[in-house]
Design a protein around this ligand. Structure first.
Ligand code: AMP
Ligand code: ZN
Length: 466
C-alpha cells in the first residue's frame, strides 16, 4: 500500500501525493522564541523531521516553510521584564533553537521565516479580509468575525454555530470553550512594540502570520500543514478561517498533528514547570542521538511518556545497532552468499518501508529492524551468515539511518562506547583461545585505530583511551 497519512481534517487515513509535480509544499508552525525549547516541543519538530526524510525517501522533493514567531504576548512580557527590545530578546532564543535542532540532527526547512519580516504582508491580508467584510474594528484593534465563515470548526470538529456573534478575545491562546472573534491586529498599547500601518498603529495577532507566510511562499493550497495537537484549536482553525476567506480555496489538503510528550501523564510545558530542555539532558550525559531516538521511536499520533528508563532503553537500542554494524564491517564471514538470508534482509527492508508508509509507524519499522538484527546475529553465530550477505545488510542499516539518523556518534561521544570496547576485547580473548592469532591481532589493530590501547596483563586485558 502506498504512502498514507491520518488527516485531522477528514479524520481518515488517506493516500498521500502532492498536488502539483513532485514537490511537497509543507508548512509547519515553528517555535515562539521566548525561551529555550523543551523536549516536548522537540518531539513535534522531530516528527516533522522524520516526515521530511520519509517523503524524500519516497521520491518527493520538499518545499518546507517554518515560521519563527518573534512577536507575541509572552515575548513582549519577557522582553520588557529584561528591558530589551523584542528583536534583541528573540535573537538569542532563535539562535538557541537553531543550535538545538541542529544538535538533534533535524534538517533545516527550505525556508525559515520570521513574523516581524512580514508585517506589511499581514497588513495587506487584513485589508483584504476587511474588504470582504470578515473583519470589524473596535478600539483600534481589528477582529475576525467567525460567524461569517461557514466552515469555522471543520478542523477541530466543533460545532460553533451557537456562538454569540460579536464576543471578542484579544489573547493569542484560548480554548474552545472561549471561542470568540479573534484579533488580527492589536491596537498599539503604551510600552508595547508596535508598527505604523494603513490600519493604524499596532501589532499582528499570532494567527495571521502563519496564513500569510504559508501562502506567500507555498501558494494558496498547501499539501501538508503540521504542528502539535494543541494547535488544532484555535490556531489552525483560525488559519483556515483567514486563508480560505482570502482565497475561497482549500488552505491545506493534509493536516498532520503530533501528540504530546507527557511527564507523569501531564503535558510537558513551560507553564507546568515539568520540562527538560535538550541542554538539560546533554548536561546529564545523554548523547543527542539518544534523545532523538526516543522522540522518534513512538509513532507521532501516540502520546509519548517521557522517563529516564526510556532514555536508557534508547541508548541500549542504538548500541545494539552500532554493534551489529561493527560486526558487519569487521567480522570475517565465510565466502559466498546465503540466499535465504538475502530474502530475509529484503523482507525486513520491505517491512521497514511499509511501516513508515503507514502514517509513519516508527515503532513497527523499528520492530522489523530489530527482529532482523536478532536473526542475522544468530546466523552469524551459527556460521550461516556469509560475506555475500554483508552489502544488503549494510544497505538496510543505511536506509534506517537515513531516516532515524542515530548511528553516527556525536561530539564528545565519538568513537566506541565502553560496552563496545569490552565486547571487542571479549571477542579477542575468544579468538586467542581458539588459537586464531591473526584474528586477535586484527581486533587489537582496529581498536587502536579507534583510539583504544590494549595492555595484556596476568589478570587479563586492560584498556585505555589514547
Ligand atoms: P510553541 O513554541 O509553544 O508554539 O510550541 C512549538 C511546537 O511544540 C508546537 O507545534 C506545539 O504544538 C509543540 N508542543 C508544545 N508542547 C508540546 C509537548 N509537551 N509535546 C509535544 N509537542 C509540544
Ligand atoms: Zn502557525
Amino acid at each position: 500500500m502506498a504512502l498514507r497519512f491520518y488527516n485531522t481534517l477528514t479524520q481518515q487515513v488517506e493516500p498521500f501525493a502532492p498536488l502539483h509535480d513532485n514537490t511537497v509544499r509543507m508548512y509547519t508552525c515553528g517555535p515562539t522564541v521566548y525561551n529555550y525549547v523543551h523536549i516536548g516541543n522537540l518531539r513535534t519538530f522531530t516528527f516533522q523531521d522524520i516526515l521530511r526524510r520519509w517523503l524524500r525517501a519516497r521520491g518527493y522533493q520538499l518545499d518546507h516553510v517554518m515560521n519563527i514567531t518573534d512577536v507575541e504576548d509572552k515575548i513582549i512580557r519577557n522582553a520588557s521584564a529584561e528591558h530589551k527590545s523584542i528583536a534583541e530578546y528573540t535573537e538569542k532564543y532563535t539562535q538557541a533553537f537553531l543550535e538545538d535542532t541542529a544538535t538533534l540532527r533535524l534538517e533545516r526547512p527550505e525556508r525559515l521565516v520570521k513574523a516581524t519580516d512580514h508585517i506589511t504582508d499581514m497588513v495587506e491580508a487584513i485589508q483584504k479580509l476587511a474588504a470582504r467584510e470578515y473583519t470589524y474594528t473596535s478600539d483600534g484593534s481589528v477582529y475576525y468575525r467567525i460567524s461569517k465563515f461557514h466552515g469555522y470548526g471543520k478542523l477541530s470538529h466543533n460545532d460553533f454555530s451557537g456562538i454569540r456573534a460579536g464576543a471578542r478575545v484579544d489573547v493569542d491562546e484560548y480554548d474552545k470553550a472561549n471561542a470568540r472573534d479573534f484579533v488580527l491586529w492589536k491596537a498599539a498599547k503604551n510600552g508595547e512594540p508596535s508598527w505604523d500601518s494603513a490600519i493604524g498603529p499596532g501589532r499582528p495577532g499570532w494567527h495571521i502570520e502563519c496564513s500569510v507566510m504559508a501562502m506567500k511562499y507555498l501558494g494558496e493550497t498547501l499539501d501538508i500543514h503540521a504542528g502539535g495537537v494543541d494547535l488544532i484549536f484555535p490556531h489552525h482553525e483560525n488559519e483556515i478561517a483567514q486563508s480560505e476567506a482570502l482565497t475561497s480555496k482549500p488552505f491545506a489538503r493534509f493536516w498532520l498533528h503530533s501528540e504530546f510528550l507527557n511527564v507523569e501523564a501531564q503535558k510537558m510545558s513551560k507553564s507546568a514547570g515539568n520540562f527538560y530542555t535538550l541542554r538539560d539532558l546533554l548536561g546529564m550525559g545523554y548523547a543527542p542521538e539518544v534523545v532523538r531516538y526516543l522522540l522518534a521511536s513512538v509513532p507521532y499520533r501516540k502520546k509519548l511518556n517521557f522517563t529516564f528508563d526510556g532514555l536508557k532503553a534508547a541508548a541500549t537500542a542504538i548500541d545494539r545497532l552500532r554493534n551489529f554494524k561493527l560486526r558487519l564491517e569487521t567480522d570475517r564471514f565465510p565466502e559466498g552468499a546465503n540466499q535465504k538470508l538475502e530474502e530475509r534482509t529484503q523482507a525486513a527492508a520491505r517491512q521497514f518501508g511499509e511501516s513508515l508508509d503507514d502514517d509513519l509507524n516508527t515503532a513497527e519499522a523499528l520492530a522489523a529492524l530489530f527482529e532482523y538484527v536478532r536473526d542475522a546475529n544468530t546466523s552469524m553465530d551459527s556460521g550461516e551468515f556469509r560475506a555475500g550477505n554483508v552489502p544488503s545488510a549494510l544497505e538496510l542499516l543505511n536506509e534506517f539511518d537515513r531516516i532515524f539518523d542515530v548511528l553516527r556518534p556525536s561530539g564528545d561521544h565519538a568513537g566506541l562506547t565502553d560496552a563496545q570496547v569490552e565486547q571487542h576485547i571479549a571477542e579477542r580473548a575468544q579468538a586467542k583461545k581458539n588459537r586464531e592469532f591473526a584474528r586477535a591481532d586484527q581486533i587489537r589493530k582496529q581498536l587502536l585505530e579507534a583510539g583504544i590501547i590494549l595492555e595484556d596483563t596476568k589478570e587479563g586485558t586492560r584498556w585505555k583511551r589514547k
